[in-house]
Design a protein around this ligand. Structure first.
Ligand SMILES: Cc1ncc(COP(=O)(O)O)c(C=O)c1O
Length: 344
């Protein structure tokens, strides 16, 4: 059942549908830490096959899949390169330093894009003992803090060629990779060929309540499984959760296009509001916007909240609205009306 509030804070707020709940309740389960949960195994192999990668590892969260990947790719004292907007750098609780002892060098633009040229400028000289060795490049598609921007397979190939040339690992934070695949009409196998590891979230636009899968070579995932245990992410009858992920992959991928369409029309509407200064591209299911000087974002959030509409502040300047399957045309209309009734 849809909640009464129109909740645009994130695509993580969705509730499982009845069909998903039925699939969860019917799932055969085992003990996944002991390696015999058939539904978890099926989810891992379905995703691995879809991307043409050897193996998968089901984890509680996208933070954990990213952190495990970094931990397997690096050693303490190493350095990684990513966008200045990357989730691994901005929103994982300092996990890169805490879990793996790595430091970070960031660059790229305000949409989360990091080109091969940007990355080249961040590479440490390998023959200089003063420098931390660069070991890993992390890309994020779509970019969350970049406003749901898609990076495009071509620029990711160029970044991948840079990584190969310098013998660096190449990880993709694909929390919303299915949004990118749908928006840019790309094929999962092209991503599987390109990256050493990919993290995919089932609990974002795909609408499962919990769970992310890390994909990589059989050796990489074997080591990742050990790290998952070390991080406390081994789950027992996790098949009930994996079943929600399998259901989402069968039923919720094509519909992401509806979220993208709603985000695009909301962006068109918002562009003509007198107090909106800038909107990030709204290429997928997100809309990041900044207010004109003199308008207070937290007052706008309070105004909307009084109308039962929730948005989120990304920082002091940027507000965010995210489209997902629990906000349809009626909720978008409520948001449009709420925005129109402010500051008039
Ligand atoms: C791009 C990106 N990566 C990783 C994550 C982490 O996912 P989780 O909240 O499941 O830890 C998020 C969460 O929103 C995200 O947007």
């Amino acid at each position: 059942m849809k909640p009464m509030t129109a909740d645009f804070r994130s695509d993580t707020v969705t509730r499982p549908t009845e069909g998903m709940l039925r699939a969860m309740a019917a799932a055969p389960v085992g003990d996944d830490v002991l390696g015999d949960d058939p539904t978890v195994q099926r989810l891992e192999s379905v995703l691995a096959e879809r991307f043409g990668i050897e193996a998968g590892l089901f984890c509680p969260s996208g933070t954990m899949t990213n952190q495990i990947a970094v931990n397997v790719h690096t050693r303490p004292g190493d350095e990684l390169i990513c966008s200045k907007l990357a989730h691994v750098y901005n929103y994982e609780g300092g996990g890169l330093a805490f879990n793996s002892g790595v430091q970070v060098r960031v660059g790229g633009d305000n949409y989360g894009r990091l080109s091969a040229t940007d990355a080249e400028a961040l590479l440490q000289p390998m023959d200089n003992v003063h420098a931390a060795p660069t070991r890993l490049v992390v890309a994020e598609n779509t970019s969350n803090k970049g406003g749901g921007t898609t990076l495009g397979i071509q620029s990711l190939r160029e970044l991948g060629a840079f990584a190969r040339q310098h013998n660096l690992g190449y990880h993709l934070d694909g929390a919303r990779l299915f949004n990118a695949l749908v928006a840019d009409r790309e094929q999962p196998e092209d991503y599987g060929r390109l990256f050493d590891s990919i993290s995919i979230c089932l609990s974002k636009g795909l609408g499962a309540p919990v769970g992310s899968v890390l994909l990589g070579s059989a050796d990489f995932i074997r080591e990742g499984r050990r790290i998952r245990k070390r991080f406390g992410g081994g789950m027992r009858q996790a098949g009930y959760l994996a079943a929600a992920g399998l259901y989402a992959l069968d039923h919720h991928v094509e519909r992401l296009a509806e979220d993208h369409d709603r985000a695009a029309s909301l962006a068109t509407y918002m562009a003509q509001l007198p107090y909106v200064a800038e909107i990030k591209p709204a290429a997928t299911n997100m809309l990041l916007f900044r207010l004109q000087d003199g308008f207070n974002g937290s007052e706008l959030l309070t105004h909307l909240s009084a109308l039962g509409i929730q948005l989120i502040a990304m920082d002091r300047h940027w507000l965010r609205a995210v489209l997902h399957y629990d906000v349809g045309d009626a909720e978008v209309q409520r948001l449009s009306d709420g925005l129109a009734s402010w500051a008039i």
